[in-house]
Design a protein around this ligand. Structure first.
Ligand code: GLN
Length: 241
């Protein structure tokens, strides 16, 4: 009996040792699954371009990817508090955010657009938003851009779906949001349209806690590989064509 017990203990020890030896490190990734086609919920599962991209990066840098759904304005605090290791959330590189985090190389360019009801014809630029009720999402780059317009009547929402509902119900006259998710909403709501703006492009990148140069380096190397081996283009094709 003691012999069997001893053998069992040995087997268990070897098993635990092998698991710890061969188990991949986990990279906890924060996102906000309200930004289709980059990240959204499908039958309660977080899916999208960013999610597939980070899983491909995980394969290359040999990390298990675990995605956590967090409110957009909670992402940077969660990173700071080490609840997550990185953020992928269609997050634009801004000077302000760079004070708190490091960014990978950019992986997508975008612009802000104005979403309107189809029958609205008097809004064609950001300046036309003066005196109009304009919806933005709290802390998004759209919020920053709109805040610079003098006389703007800004309504902040916590989610893109909240902003779209407000627009459809007439609570706001216009909604400023990133181009790709806006196009996604237009596809689903035939009585909405988009006004393109003549403003600078923004770049989306992965945010990483400061002083993690090796992780930034590895992620950038993986991004380069995915761009040169065709995987990145396949993802673009899948989510944006
Ligand atoms: N690109 C915008 C920003 O970084 C919006 C991102 C998002 O909603 N996920 O503020």
């Amino acid at each position: 009996m003691t012999k069997i017990n001893g053998l069992l203990t040995k087997i268990v020890c070897v098993a635990i040792f092998s698991i710890t030896l061969f188990a991949k490190d986990t990279l906890y990734v924060g996102t906000n699954a309200e930004f289709a086609p980059f990240e959204y919920l499908e039958y309660n599962k977080i899916v999208g371009f960013d999610i597939e991209l980070i899983k491909e990066i995980g394969n290359i840098i040999d990390k298990d990817i675990k995605v956590k759904n967090i409110s957009f304005d909670g992402l940077l605090p969660a990173l700071e508090a080490k609840k997550i290791d990185i953020i992928i959330a269609g997050m634009t590189i801004t000077e302000d955010r760079k004070k708190f985090v490091d960014f990978s190389d950019a992986y997508f360019s975008a612009k802000q657009v104005i979403i309107l009801k189809k029958d609205v014809n008097n809004i064609n630029s950001l300046n036309d938003l003066v005196d109009k009720k304009t919806g933005v999402i709290l802390g998004y780059t759209g919020d920053l851009i709109v805040s610079k317009i003098k006389g703007i009547n800004k309504e902040q929402y916590n989610s893109t779906s909240g902003g779209i509902i407000a627009l459809l119900s007439g609570k706001i006259d216009a909604f400023v949001l990133d181009s790709a998710p806006s196009k996604n909403y237009i596809k689903k709501n035939k009585n909405l349209k988009i006004v393109e703006l003549d403003i600078a492009e923004e770049n989306y990148a992965i945010a990483i806690r400061k002083n993690q140069d090796n992780l930034v380096f590895q992620i950038n190397l993986a991004l380069k590989k995915l761009k040169s081996n065709g995987v990145y283009d396949k993802l673009l094709e899948k989510y944006f064509k």
